[in-house]
Design a binder for this molecule. Structure first.
Ligand code: FAD
Length: 310
């Protein structure tokens, strides 16, 4: 069995595997797609101490760093079931889609999350060419330009307030008749001079010139009319979904499906830890995922050295 079995090969999982392997304990990492969301990212400018890099490059560096150590890397493997140990200190089991079953003294879950998409024409075509999902990451790229934020929940309104301080103009588009964000956020938004709020609007298409976004079209749901807005960027803020469906019943998840962890990264099951975008830890970012992954590995090691000698 593994001493530490990491599920997920994004920034959190890679950091966890490296920290565990450096303790000289038997470490494995299984991932559906090594690199995670980083693979889908173009410019990264907030990975501290690296002024600029690209997602695929960072993903390759993650894998290269893990390969420096004796880590059993199982890429293209999807975990489907977690069976926690029956007694404290016993072995946990993870079942993979290929039928294999992995056993480990400690498990670190780092399966990340995915942004909910609008599912309209142009969204895929113009991803990273004007269609963005993370204001902390891509906001500064739109300095002085016009953008839309899709979604009037807390994350959409937070994004609109954040972006209004950087870009020339923000159009916030909400499907329902009113915004769903907290009142204090809505008041703040309403006080900003360069924000327009459109409610009862369904985004129907991302418009572009073949190379980049030039606008969007939406349907006024009250009048059933189509409208266009000219702009350079679209931030989609209609939800970040944790990849934790396979864990329900095995460990405690929040209402939003995030894995509940304590300040050491431990889940509701002793010996099972979690890190990164799949957890309740706020702000889904690469440096944060790496820090949390490192923390979870150190906590797993700490847990192991306290297990009774067999
Ligand atoms: P992920 O990167 O999501 O990795 C999850 C891993 O788990 C993957 O290997 C996946 O294949 C695997 N997995 C999932 N389910 C299973 C399963 N059942 N079994 C096995 N493996 C599984 N952050 C920044 O800091 N700066 C940026 O500029 C930036 N730009 C971004 C741009 C885009 C387009 C996107 C989508 C995100 C961006 N982010 C950025 C966010 C950043 O990518 C994430 O915060 C970070 O990747 C989270 O790391 P993670 O390891 O927790 O999860």
């Amino acid at each position: 069995p593994f001493d530490v079995l990491v599920i997920g090969g994004g920034p959190a999982g890679a950091a966890a595997a490296i920290y565990a392997a450096r303790k000289g304990i038997r470490t494995g990492i299984a991932a559906e797609r090594f690199g995670g969301q980083v693979l889908d990212t173009m410019a990264i400018e907030n990975f501290i101490s690296v002024t600029h890099t690209e997602g695929p490059k960072l993903a390759a560096h993650l894998e290269q760093h893990v390969r420096e150590y004796e880590v059993d890397i199982m890429n293209f493997q999807r975990a489907e079931e977690l069976i926690p140990a029956k007694r404290e200190g016993g072995l946990h089991e993870v079942r993979l889609a290929n039928g294999a079953s992995l056993k480990a003294r400690t498990v670190i879950l780092s399966t990340g999350a995915r942004w909910r998409q609008m599912g309209v024409p142009g969204e895929d075509e113009y991803r990273n060419k004007g269609v963005a999902y993370c204001p902390h990451c891509d906001g500064p790229l739109y300095k002085g330009k016009r953008v839309a934020v899709i979604g009037g929940g807390n994350s959409g309104v937070e994004a609109a307030i954040d972006l209004a301080g950087i870009v020339a103009h923000v159009t916030l588009i909400e499907f329902d008749a009113e915004l769903r964000a907290d009142a204090v956020l809505q008041r703040k938004l309403a006080s900003l001079p360069n924000v327009r709020i459109i409610t009862s609007a369904l985004t129907t298409e991302v418009l572009g010139d073949g190379g980049k976004v030039t606008g969007l079209s939406y349907k006024d749901r009250n009048k059933d009319t189509l409208h266009q807005v000219e702009l350079e960027g679209i931030f989609v803020q209609i939800g970040l979904v944790p990849n934790t469906e396979w864990l329900s019943g095995a460990i405690s998840l929040s209402r939003r499906g995030e894995i509940e962890v304590d300040h050491r990264g431990e889940t509701s099951q002793p010996g099972i830890f979690a890190a990164g975008d799949c957890t309740t830890v706020p702000y889904k970012q690469i440096v944060i995922a790496m820090g949390e992954g490192s923390k979870a590995a150190l906590s797993a090691f700490d847990y192991m050295i306290r297990l009774p000698v067999e």
